[in-house]
Write a protein that binds this ligand. Structure first.
Ligand code: ZN
Length: 156
């Protein structure tokens, strides 16, 4: 058992039943553009903070977790069974490591997400910083301009 570092960052699911903390800084933070994370988290891509399990602690609600083991990809995803928030993503090939969605931490984790994984699986509808303009008649709604170089004329 190693000692805790001096600084922790705490996170929680949407309903607050599951709470946890990591020692800061996290080991790294990354964007996962892979299909599995996109589907599991219902987003264009998922952003994770990764750390050693020895630097991660459940604070509350571990018994509220449900786990899904993806045998094909050899991964396990844990989510709050009350509110459905994805909480942890673990890989069998890295058994001492845990990945937590960055969005669950309201405070800093000591790492900026500067790494992109599985870009070959990136969804072609992912917003990628294209210029936006206001949509007339809908205050607060921004719209991407049509892509002039689009090769495929089929629209979603
Ligand atoms: Zn919850």
């Amino acid at each position: 058992m190693t000692g805790k570092s001096a600084v922790q960052s705490q996170g929680a699911c949407v309903c607050g039943a599951v709470r946890f903390e990591i020692d800061v800084p996290a080991v790294w933070a990354w964007h996962d553009h892979g299909e599995a994370s996109r589907r599991a988290q219902g987003c264009a891509y998922a952003t994770y903070v990764g750390t050693w399990k020895s630097r991660f602690r459940w604070l509350q609600g571990e018994d509220e977790l449900s786990r899904y083991e993806d045998e094909a990809n050899r991964t396990t995803r844990s989510f709050c069974r009350r509110c459905g928030t994805p909480v942890a993503y673990e890989k069998a090939r890295s058994p001492r490591f845990i990945n937590i969605p960055r969005s669950l931490f309201p405070e800093r984790t000591g790492r900026e997400p500067r790494y992109h994984m599985n870009l070959a699986e990136r969804a072609d509808w992912t917003y990628w910083g294209e210029p936006l303009g206001p949509l007339k008649g809908y205050p607060g709604v921004m719209r991407e301009r049509p892509r002039k170089t689009r090769l495929d004329p089929v629209r979603d």
